[in-house]
Design a protein around this ligand. Structure first.
Ligand code: ZN
Ligand code: ZN
Length: 81
């Protein structure tokens, strides 16, 4: 049987839109909800591309425009559940 549905300690937040993703922090849930609400705060200044996360925009800048974005100190959250 599947074991990936067993509960973890603490409060688990569930996305109210897709009910699939679970998050341990409210900030992570809010960031995920942007996918459903369409809020993409990171806009490309060179085309109409917009991204939810800065990493996605940086990746786009490099792949599409060959621009290396300035890297600020950012925390990479690995949501490997
Ligand atoms: Zn969701
Ligand atoms: Zn672009």
């Amino acid at each position: 049987m599947r074991e990936d549905e067993k509960g973890s300690e603490g409060v688990v937040l569930t996305c109210p839109y897709c009910y699939r993703s679970t998050f341990k922090q409210t900030s992570d849930l809010r960031r995920h909800i942007r996918i459903h609400t369409g809020e993409k705060p990171f806009n490309c200044h060179h085309c109409s591309y917009s991204a939810v996360r800065r990493e996605h925009l940086n990746d786009h800048l490099w792949r599409r425009h060959k621009i290396v974005a300035k890297k600020r100190s950012q925390t990479v959250v690995n949501l490997s559940l």
